[in-house]
Design a binder for this molecule. Structure first.
Ligand code: GCO
Ligand code: MG
Length: 402
């Protein structure tokens, strides 16, 4: 069996997606997601110029060997562009293998560990009152877990606020838009949101919050402490994680559970955090961290330390990643939660899929493979549109972490 052809499909049904389609000499094909929000074309070029030529003629059943070839063989390891390209190949090959086996992907991984996958949705509002209403809306939709982000008075376009939309879409401009940040304002305001949420809805739902890399370790520790009475499911990306040691300080000061990893590419980004039990949830996902083959290694390491998974699932991860992650989540023994921001109708139409939402859980389907396809004719109707993520600046103009 041979790989005969591989193509990259770029489409923008409301937002950009990069998809790799691998076709075999036996008529079976597989697809993988390679979207890197705001830097999409770098991955397109990496795949087209440097990966696809190596794939043609190789045996698509040799998933592990092809992974190692692309990782070790490049000499230049890791990084978001490389690892997304590898992920796209890996996912397309798992799709092919599962189709050939006539099984949904989760069966090949080891079978079902649970019936459905608990997901969390994104509630947000311009201020506390609006965010409390938005959380109520998610409760009405049946969500068991809800992330809450509020605008902060005096901060321009605070992170995570949908501005009237059910979900927010940050990559919104042909050049990066400038948002604001003020740590002390957020430190005073965010705990008030969670106090109000618990006051209004009680403690029956899981609440989550994303710090989006904004706080220094000691500020993150302060936030974690202030949030303790409201029993969050997790506080995410409370401080940047390039220095994994930074989490030790946060950990020593608060029992609020910590999650990190949506920008991690490999097990090496998470190794110290996991082994030192500095986090509770690892957020690496299929497209970001080298596909099913590598994410499984991360999850297995995490399970030794009782760290659970919480796969990233923002709208910039295509339905191909969502579908694959759901098979992964259905199998992985140390599952925590899955992020689910929902895609637009246009996106869902370009990527027909068999997963569905019911009562706060997502269910992967039983179609052989990962259960997500691409309608190429429809995809062709939405040409690529350059869109950047925003940047963040402090009041005095200093660049900050967005
Ligand atoms: C999340 C993330 C996203 C990112 C986005 C960037 O927790 O869902 O922080 O919202 O900002 O994926 O492309
Ligand atoms: Mg996040």
């Amino acid at each position: 069996m041979k790989i005969e052809r591989a193509r990259v499909i770029v489409t923008c049904p409301g937002r950009n997606f990069v998809t790799l389609k691998i076709e075999t000499d036996q008529g079976v094909y597989g697809i993988g997601d390679a979207t890197l929000n705001g830097r999409e074309l770098a991955v397109v070029s990496y795949l087209e110029e440097h990966v696809i030529p190596c794939l043609i003629g190789s045996d698509p059943r040799r998933i592990e060997d092809i992974w190692q070839f692309l990782y070790r063989g490049a000499y230049w390891r890791r990084g978001p562009v490389t690892m997304r390209a590898i992920a796209a190949v890996d996912v397309a090959l798992w799709d092919i293998k599962a189709k050939m086996a006539g099984m949904p992907l989760y069966q090949l991984l080891g079978g079902r560990s649970r019936d459905g996958v608990m997901v969390y949705g994104h509630a947000s509002g311009e201020d506390i009152e609006a965010t409390v209403d938005a959380v109520g809306h998610y409760i009405d939709m049946g969500y068991k877990a809800i992330r809450a982000q509020t605008g902060v008075p005096g901060v321009k376009d605070a992170y995570g606020v949908g501005r009237g939309k059910l979900y927010y879409e940050p990559a919104d401009a042909a050049l990066p838009s400038v948002t604001g940040w003020d740590t002390s304002k957020a430190l005073n305001y965010v705990p008030k949101l969670f106090a109000k949420l618990r006051d209004t809805y009680g403690f029956d739902h899981h609440l989550l919050h994303d710090g989006h890399h904004r706080y220094t370790p000691i500020e993150a520790a302060t936030l974690g402490k202030r949030l303790e009475p409201f029993q969050l499911f997790w506080l995410e990306d409370c401080t940047p994680a390039e220095n994994q040691e930074a989490f030790r300080l946060v950990r020593q000061h608060t029992t609020t559970p910590l999650a990190v990893g949506e920008i991690f590419n490999t097990i090496w980004d998470a190794k110290d955090l996991i082994e030192n039990q500095l986090i509770d949830y690892i957020r690496a996902t299929i497209v970001g961290a080298g596909g099913v083959t590598h994410l499984r290694r991360i999850a297995d390491l995490a399970s030794l330390y009782q760290v659970r998974t919480g796969c990233h699932g923002a709208t910039d991860l295509s339905p191909v990643t969502m579908g694959t992650a759901l098979h992964f989540d259905t199998w992985v023994p140390n599952f925590g939660v899955q992020e689910y921001m929902r895609h637009s109708e246009e996106t869902d139409a370009v990527f027909p899929h068999d997963y569905h939402f019911a009562d706060g859980l997502l269910y992967c389907g039983e179609t052989p493979g990962h259960g997500v396809d691409i309608d190429e004719d429809l995809a062709a109707k939405y040409p690529y549109k350059r869109a950047y993520l925003p940047v963040a600046r402090l009041e005095d103009g200093t660049m900050w972490n967005w």
